[in-house]
Design a protein around this ligand. Structure first.
Ligand code: SAM
Length: 353
């Protein structure tokens, strides 16, 4: 057996690889190897989650951000962005619409916008939970104090998405002039300790990112064991310092999705909007390579285009109902079934029982 075939068998059978083994694999994969990898990731996903794909309604409620991440279109320094902030009443109305469309998870995402104080967020979460007690609330609002995370959890938030972005300290520090590598990790650990279902993840194709850095990302995920793993290609935005960079590819991102599935098999992995932006079939291909979640956008059409983390983001002119049914058709045509349940992670379900 060649070294490559040994590694592909090993990761499939044991869900384990060393950093050196991952790096070797990434450096030497052929197209035929990739097909084997996707097939193993698909089988592993089927074993843990069956044929189902979970839907989450994504509300991008503010594009105001105090951070200045070099890659991001809504970074504080980008003065060309028209900023918006939805009121708690508008966010509640989005949840009402999402619920009518059948969603059982509302993902509330924003830039790091401190206008939403603890009091405002606690009140909003309580109201959503009162109206829809069976639905899950996922927050993706960036770095806050541990006390805030605790308060939001106590009043009903269930999950928290915070990509680690890159597990390589040097690369992290180059890309995040206003943030600290250790702080991001401390937030993820705190969220986990509080009891949230936690989502980490990273971008593929960042400037200066090597295979060894991507191997480090996967090793970090193996250690953290998050409930959710978001992996997307970096897509350059023209109003950022990284405008002229190349960006991630579909193929490299699919390989990382498949490896994440094999190395953290019990996780929920979205087929990201960024992949759908890079290639019209990007999300379907990710579902066939081990992903099992899709997050259709339910942000009001009036502000959608202003939440431009990168350019040409798909669904900019669509309405929430368009996205809901478009996604369902896509999932079915890729050979999967839509599941509108809460879709908790296997790890979380095992801990509860
Ligand atoms: N502020 C929150 C946080 O920091 O977790 C959530 C919002 S943040 C804009 C959501 C994610 O968008 C980031 O974690 C990052 O991975 C992704 N993102 C930002 N700019 C991107 C780009 N140019 N290409 C691809 N993904 C990008």
């Amino acid at each position: 057996m060649s070294n490559m075939h040994y590694l592909l068998e090993k990761v499939y059978q044991t869900n384990h690889l060393t950093k050196e083994e991952i790096t070797y694999l990434l450096e030497n994969l052929t197209q035929a190897d990739r097909e084997i990898l996707y097939n193993y990731a698909h089988k592993t996903k089927q074993k843990y989650y069956g044929n189902k794909v979970y839907l989450r309604g994504l509300i991008e409620f503010s594009n105001i951000c105090k951070q200045d991440c070099l890659y991001c279109g809504i970074r504080a320094s980008n003065v060309k962005v028209k900023r918006y902030r939805l009121t708690p009443e508008e966010i509640l109305a989005c949840c009402d619409q999402a619920y009518e469309l059948g969603y059982q998870t509302f993902v509330l995402q924003s830039g790091e916008d401190l206008w939403y104080t603890d009091e405002i967020l606690v009140d909003l979460i309580r109201k959503i939970k009162k109206r829809y007690p069976e639905a899950a609330i996922t927050l993706s609002i960036g770095e806050r104090r541990v006390e805030t995370y605790q308060n939001l959890f106590t009043c009903g938030a269930d999950r928290f998405l915070m990509r680690h972005e890159t597990a390589s300290k040097e690369l992290y520090e180059t890309l995040h002039p206003t943030m600290r590598f250790e702080e991001r990790r401390a937030c993820l650990n705190a969220l986990k300790g509080i009891g949230y279902q936690v989502g980490a993840g990273f971008m593929v194709g960042l400037p200066g990112q090597r295979f060894a850095d991507l191997a480090e990302d996967l090793r970090y995920l193996m250690e953290l064991r998050p409930d959710m793993i978001g992996i997307g290609p970096f897509i350059p935005h023209s109003e950022t310092p990284l405008a002229k960079e190349k960006g991630g590819t579909l193929q490299d991102t699919l390989v990382m999705v498949a490896l994440a599935r094999l190395l953290v098999p019990e996780s929920l992995i979205p087929a990201t909007t960024a992949l759908g932006t890079l290639d019209p079939q990007g999300r379907e291909l990710a579902l066939k390579a081990g992903a099992n979640v899709v997050m259709p956008i339910i942000t009001p059409t009036s502000v959608r285009k202003q939440y431009a983390l990168y350019e040409n983001k798909i669904c900019g002119d669509d309405h929430p109902e368009d996205c809901r049914y478009c996604i369902e058709r896509r999932i079915q045509s890729a050979g999967f079934e839509v599941d509108l349940g809460r879709g908790d992670s296997q790890q979380f379900v095992a801990c509860k029982s």
